[in-house]
Write a protein that binds this ligand. Structure first.
Ligand SMILES: [Zn+2]
Length: 106
């Protein structure tokens, strides 16, 4: 029997993921004739860092979304840094405060 959770269901928390050792994060495994979905990671390329097991599909989608959002934020930050030509300056700017797009100079 499955235990039923009571109270406000589940907390949406970030689960630390690790690259799937079976497919090395590729989500597919090369078979003899074609590529097959990797079973170990639900064809996601990621497993739970702590247990090395695949996430439930539902959780997986959410965790991948978190990861993607994080990656996108980094890309955006890098883009902004390069378009304003402040590659090196970015680190400096970072020290002035998080989210500091209001660079006014003094
Ligand atoms: Zn895998």
């Amino acid at each position: 029997m499955m235990k039923k959770q009571h109270g406000p269901a589940f907390r949406k928390q970030l689960i630390e993921l690790a690259q799937c050792p079976a497919c090395r994060g590729k989500a597919v495994i090369k078979g003899v004739f074609h590529e097959m979905e990797c079973i170990q990671c639900n064809a996601s390329g990621w497993v739970v860092a702590e247990t090395g097991e695949a996430l439930q599909l539902q959780d997986l989608v959410m965790q991948l979304s978190f990861k993607l959002q994080e990656a996108q934020r980094k890309v955006e930050a890098l883009k902004r840094a390069s378009t304003t030509g402040i590659g090196k300056h970015y680190e400096l700017n970072n020290r002035l405060g998080a989210g500091g797009s209001n660079y006014t100079g003094d």
